[in-house]
Design a protein around this ligand. Structure first.
Ligand code: THU
Length: 160
């Protein structure tokens, strides 16, 4: 038997003001688009802004459905849109923010497992890391230098 130990590095920014300029404005776009979430069931609004290497910024918010599993997270709304409209662009950075209508969200909200898997596909496809920034409504921002860092032992196309 041998043991495998994995480590993940996350950088922590105290607040949005501590982010570099580009990341700050990307996060502000995510905050703005969070308002467009259609979240009548969870009352949990997520906004995402994605910066592409062609300078475009693609946004998304979560879209729920009365048949709950038919809804989609903000991250996948945004990254699938980026893939659909700019198939040749490289995804550089993703900013994520979440806020609840019911209580204060002060803890950084990372992408769910399914969204990590979806973002991973793009990181593998473009063969360059995607920087992920995520926060709640207020408070610290966590940053990962790549998606891989958030999804160790990922299932990828090399396993097929
Ligand atoms: N949600 C996202 O948009 N992204 C995530 O990574 C986690 C969850 C949405 C899905 C649902 O509309 C609401 O948040 C509550 O789970």
């Amino acid at each position: 038997m041998k043991e495998i130990t994995i480590t993940s590095k996350i950088n922590v920014f105290e607040s949005i003001q501590e982010l570099p300029q580009i990341e700050q404005s990307l996060m502000r776009k995510a905050i703005e688009v969070r308002k467009n979430a259609y979240a009548p069931y969870s009352k949990f609004r997520v906004g995402v802004a994605i910066l592409l290497d062609n300078g475009e910024i693609v946004v998304g918010s979560n879209q729920e459905n009365a048949a709950y599993p038919s809804g989609l997270c903000a991250e996948r709304v945004a990254i699938f849109y980026a893939g659909a409209v700019y198939p040749d662009a490289v995804v550089l950075k993703i900013a994520i923010t979440a806020a609840s209508d019911d209580n204060a969200t002060t803890i950084p909200v990372p992408p769910c497992g399914a969204c990590r898997q979806s973002i991973a596909e793009y990181e593998i496809r473009q063969n360059t890391p995607i920087k992920i920034y995520y926060m709640g409504e207020t408070g610290e921002i966590h940053q990962s230098e790549s998606l891989r860092n958030l999804l160790p032992f990922m299932f990828d196309n090399k396993l097929l």
